[in-house]
Write a protein that binds this ligand. Structure first.
Ligand SMILES: NC(=O)c1ccc[n+]([C@@H]2O[C@H](COP(=O)([O-])OP(=O)(O)OC[C@H]3O[C@@H](n4cnc5c(N)ncnc54)[C@H](O)[C@@H]3O)[C@@H](O)[C@H]2O)c1
Length: 253
């Protein structure tokens, strides 16, 4: 199976931490030139510098993925730097504290849906403008098990993550016959700074997090990265509009 990305360009949003970082590193290791996109430009730059020092091709781009002008510029910067765009992992996102729906606020609904849903649409829009010109490309959007099931207290987050799968499937059908494949991944609980923050902020809700996973442990960011690389590889050439659970068995129950 060909998992080489030699000569390819990969764009990763939320690349300064967690799954985005692991995926950017995996793309670089596999030979891709990588654009590390993050709100935290300083952290992305340090990682890109480290990659370049290790002999990889990488640039850091500071970008708020909720801002259309910044997203447009970020995709243009990637294409200017590397000449094309072959794969994109639209991954940047935030959590939302557990709250009963009756107590949730419209400010939190707007914040979470802007960062976790609208940003995926915006990033796809500008990535697809480039991929459509090329007649090739592969996009993976980071949804969640929250895109497949409900969990009490998480309605706003889950609404956004269900939305990511709707965007993925509809766009995938538009481009299926034009050389561009679009899929989603649905991670379960993964050991990232996001989950560490949830455990710190919501110790009661999160106390059984490991026990709740059928596999008996949290997932590793690298286990998500390898699924993303496979979805972007020629080996997944017939996989279109799929929402792939990478969840240690969580949604198999
Ligand atoms: N960790 C989990 O268990 C889990 C499970 C399922 C899905 N997810 C999803 O996976 C994605 C990555 O999560 P993670 O756990 O690696 O998180 P993380 O907090 O470790 O990393 C998220 C990154 O996104 C960046 N970011 C946040 N808002 C941004 C914005 N507006 N513009 C640009 N960058 C922004 C942050 O700076 C950070 O570097 C998110 O979409 C999250 O919802 C996480």
């Amino acid at each position: 199976m060909d998992l080489s990305f030699e000569g390819k360009t990969a764009l990763v949003t939320g690349a300064a931490s967690g799954m985005g970082l692991a995926t950017a590193e995996a793309f670089a290791e596999a030979g891709a030139a990588v654009a590390l996109v993050d709100l935290n430009e300083g952290a992305a730059r340090k990682i890109a510098d480290r990659m370049v020092a290790a002999g990889h091709k990488a640039i850091a781009i500071g970008c708020d993925v909720t801002d259309e002008a910044q997203v447009k510029k970020m995709v243009e910067q990637t294409v200017t730097a590397f000449g094309r765009l072959d794969t994109a992992f639209n991954n940047a996102g935030v959590q939302s504290l557990a709250v009963e729906t009756a107590d949730s606020t419209s400010e939190e609904f707007d914040r979470v849906n802007a960062i976790n849903l609208k940003s995926v649409w915006l990033c796809m829009k500008y990535e697809l403008l480039q991929m459509r010109k090329q007649g090739s490309g592969a996009i993976v959007n980071n949804s969640s098990i929250g895109g497949l099931i409900g969990i009490p207290g998480r309605a706003i987050y889950h609404a956004a993550k269900h939305g990511v799968i709707g965007l993925t499937k509809s766009a995938a059908l538009e481009y299926a016959a034009r050389g561009i494949r679009i899929n989603a991944i649905c991670p379960g609980a993964i050991d990232t700074p996001m989950v560490a923050a949830m455990i710190a902020k919501e110790p009661e809700t999160m106390k059984d997090i490991t026990k709740e996973q059928p596999i008996g442990r949290l997932g590793k960011p690298e286990e998500v990265a390898s699924a993303v690389l496979w979805l972007c590889s020629p080996g997944a050439g017939f996989v279109i509009g799929h929402a792939l659970a990478v969840d240690g068995g969580y949604t198999a129950r």
